[in-house]
Design a protein around this ligand. Structure first.
Ligand code: FAD
Length: 401
């Protein structure tokens, strides 16, 4: 039986994350939304605290990722994925862009934690790692990657351009997806750790964005960039039967995390709006049918129901990862539901709050701007739905595009 109550052992972590969100993130949330591209130095101390949580094996509150060990003894376990999801929800209640700016909590860190061997983990585990998949001509269809990695002696030589890389400027390293051989399709796509300062690796520019402005988003160029062969994560073998399995495994861990980010932002907007409705004398009554309530209360109840569904799907997908159950379907379901929900909830909350919701006097307008990316990166809404449909109908990516 799956028990989706928050486990007792998560309470301390959830409380700590909530405290950090309240005392560190919220007070500087507006400041760094306005000061796009300025590094929030207030995060350094908090990052050190998170490092402690992650090395204690208690899971963290960022995108640290979770390692699959060989110690599976079966039975129900609430492990690192669930704890990280719960911590992420709390911190994103504070500010999602600041979470994305946390040192050493990049999506590249999740990739390293998930697929690196022990030697690589020792070398890269302490770095802050961004993740670079997207290219000018390749977004949703990540099999179309054109960045190449050519073996030359004991090195790989990388050539290509990556766009929209979160923490691409601030991170110490980037996990770069590149193909070993374009003629062999998706099976030839591998990920490589490229450290800052490696000759041939250049940050070209930063983007100006609608939301998550505190987070830097960079264009990167690799021009004959040479990395040791040992920087390839996973196996260098091109196994056309397994296809994308190696690199795609990362998504099973990271999609629940992005869903958790969406849950945190949605919860923030709902809490704020509940307070405003109460101030306006609108009562939300859980015992009365919605059609007998104020229209604003009826809308609020519908939003909360969506929020709950997204929340439970997210916990389920993380719980499955912890319990070694294949969770690609559930991770995509959670990401799709939570991404759609956070966009709807935050915009409706702006609407319910009237003019206040549209001004910078409240954070509601910021959350509405921050929400959209959560329905885009780590696979858009449409792509998640495509994955869910393929899994449910038993179709391959060739059958259903
Ligand atoms: C702020 C920000 C941060 C990001 N951070 C990162 C990062 O750290 N690393 C990284 O690698 N990338 C990152 N991205 C890129 C992001 O992952 C891509 O934008 C996303 O995957 C979509 O790719 P695309 O923009 O090329 O859109 P496209 O793939 O061109 O899609 C355009 C539209 O068509 C839809 N569509 C595409 N294919 C189908 C289909 N088969 N069926 C139905 N609809 C379809 C899409 O859902 C979308 O609505 C980031 C993007 C942003 C905006």
């Amino acid at each position: 039986m799956i028990n989706l109550e928050v486990p007792k052992k998560a309470k301390a972590l959830v409380n700590q994350a909530r405290q950090a969100a309240t005392e560190v993130f919220r007070p500087i949330s507006r400041k760094y939304d306005r000061a796009e591209h300025a590094y929030p130095s207030e995060l350094d101390m908090l990052a050190a605290l998170l490092d402690g949580l992650n090395t204690s094996g208690e899971g963290g509150a960022g995108a640290a990722g979770v390692r699959r060990g060989d110690d599976d003894k079966g039975g129900n376990r609430n492990g690192g994925n669930l704890l990280t999801v719960l911590g992420t929800i709390e911190l994103c209640w504070g500010d999602v862009a600041l979470l994305l700016s946390m040192p050493r909590q990049g999506l590249g860190n999740a990739a390293i934690a998930s697929v690196a061997n022990d030697e690589q983990l020792a070398r890269f585990g302490k770095l802050w790692a961004a993740m670079a998949i997207t290219e000018p001509d390749c977004g949703s269809d990540s099999a179309a990657i054109t960045t190449t990695a050519t073996k030359d002696g004991d090195d790989y030589v990388l050539n290509g351009e990556k766009i929209f890389v979160t923490s691409g400027e601030r991170a110490d390293a980037v996990v770069v997806w590149a193909t070993l051989d374009r003629t062999q399709g998706r099976a030839a796509i591998k990920s490589f750790v490229v450290e800052k300062g490696t000759p041939g690796f250049e940050v070209v520019r930063l983007e100006h964005k609608l939301g998550i402005r505190a987070s830097d988003t960079a264009v990167l160029r690799f021009d004959n960039c040479r990395v040791p062969a040992q920087n390839l994560l996973g196996t260098p073998d091109i196994d056309t039967k397994k296809g994308f399995a190696g690199v795609m495994q990362t998504f099973d861990n990271t999609r629940p995390l992005v869903a958790a980010m969406a849950i945190g932002v949605a919860r923030a907007a709902l809490e704020e709006t509940r307070g405003l409705l109460a101030e306006a004398g609108v009562e939300v009554d859980y015992d009365k049918p919605v059609n007998a309530q104020h229209a604003a209360a009826a809308t609020f109840l519908r939003l909360e129901a969506d929020y709950e569904a997204a929340y439970l799907l997210t916990l389920e997908s993380a719980w499955m990862a912890d319990n070694r159950k294949p969770n690609s379907l559930e991770a995509s379901m959670a990401k799709a539901k939570a991404g759609r929900t956070v966009v709807d909830v935050t915009l409706r909350c702006v609407e319910l709050a009237g003019t206040l919701g549209y001004t910078e006097d409240s954070l509601l307008e910021k959350w509405a701007r921050d929400a959209k990316i959560l329905d885009i990166f780590e696979g858009t809404q449409q792509i998640q739905q495509l994955i869910v449909a393929r899994k449910l109908l038993g179709k391959s990516s060739k059958d259903l595009k």
